[in-house]
Write a protein that binds this ligand. Structure first.
Ligand SMILES: NC(=O)c1ccc[n+]([C@@H]2O[C@H](COP(=O)([O-])OP(=O)(O)OC[C@H]3O[C@@H](n4cnc5c(N)ncnc54)[C@H](OP(=O)(O)O)[C@@H]3O)[C@@H](O)[C@H]2O)c1
Length: 291
């Protein structure tokens, strides 16, 4: 296993075309690690043998699994695919990796029922209410049994992805009023900050389950108001109850994660998401200026 100038081992990033995978690959490169950034065409998570061989041939000391079937509503009608990609493949792959290569696996707040009243700790009982949540929960034990790390996160937004921020920004950017649910509370998480957290955790040799998200907790409506503020727009954004939005998968009412374990492991606090929002729009502006 070889290490970059910052002591960060060579790494394979799976799901490297996704909003988090892109950020993990650039964070690793920024720290001097050699990276094989593999999108689905290069490494399909379901192809355990091929993906493990790729990691071994590259001499990877870590595999960051940012690949997942992330269409929460789609999972409801395609549980077989959700279980294969999110549920079975991660553990199979973690077990097939060379002994000096660890899996850093990303999971979700959806493993909880969303009925809690205080931030969820790593050891709290899980009880997913969606097919996506069940499939992601199923994926955790195999990774842990193989000595890997499972990092649960929530409400991820990155400059290179389709997410809540891009959806709201495009709606209010056209001057259209928005209606956004105000009775679901969680913590937005900026993908570049999450990428840094994953690499930090890998570098301190963390294992087990760790919760990571940004602060403070807010509702989707509160987050939408912050998006409008970051864009300098004053478009009406009305709060609505979840009951006015019918979707195949029920969304958790409360999905705040307790990040104390993360903070102890890496000896720093979690980032506020608001500067992440400003950075998100700054990066979009720079991208447009360069193209
Ligand atoms: N987004 C959130 O709010 C959120 C919240 C909590 C946890 N997470 C977790 O965070 C991780 C990263 O999510 P994200 O937001 O970056 O999602 P994303 O943008 O949808 O990226 C997921 C990537 O996985 C790829 N993929 C799907 N099936 C694959 C397969 N069989 N083999 C290889 N690659 C495959 C997708 O490729 P295609 O485009 O080709 O399908 C996509 O590039 C996931 O584990 C997700 O469950 C996300």
């Amino acid at each position: 296993m070889t290490r970059g100038t910052g002591g960060v081992p060579k790494a394979v990033v799976l799901g490297a075309a996704g909003q988090l995978g892109r950020e993990v690959a650039s964070e690793l490169r920024r720290r001097g690690a050699e990276v094989l950034a593999a999108d689905r065409s290069r490494a399909d998570l379901r192809d355990t043998g091929g993906t493990a061989e790729l990691a071994a041939a590259f001499g990877a000391g870590a595999v960051y699994n940012c690949a997942a079937y992330t269409d929460v509503d789609g999972c409801e009608s395609d549980m077989d695919q959700a279980m294969e990609v999110n549920g079975r493949a991660p553990g199979r792959l973690a077990a097939a990796l060379p002994s000096d290569c660890r899996m850093i696996h990303v999971s979700t707040d959806y493993v909880f029922d969303g009925l809690g009243r205080r931030p969820y700790r790593e050891g709290d009982p899980t009880s997913p209410r969606t097919a996506y949540g069940r499939s992601k929960l199923h994926g955790e034990p195999g990774v842990l049994d193989a000595g890997g790390l499972v990092v649960r996160t929530s409400w991820v937004f990155g400059p290179e992805g389709r997410n809540f921020v891009s959806a709201i920004a495009s709606r209010i950017g056209e001057g259209a009023p928005a209606r956004v649910v105000s009775d679901q509370v969680g913590c937005p998480t900026y993908a570049p900050y999450l990428a840094r957290a994953l690499v930090d955790l890998a570098c301190v040799g963390a294992s087990g389950i760790v919760h990571y998200c940004n602060a403070p907790a807010t509702s989707w409506h509160g987050f939408a108001l912050a998006i409008a503020d970051a864009l300098g727009l004053s478009v009406p954004i009305a709060p609505i109850p979840s009951s006015e939005l019918t979707r195949p998968a029920v969304r958790p009412a409360y999905s705040v994660l307790d990040t104390s374990r993360f903070e102890t492991l890496v000896s720093r606090g979690i980032e506020p998401w608001r500067p992440g929002l400003d950075d998100y729009f700054e990066r979009l502006r720079q991208g447009k200026a360069e193209s």
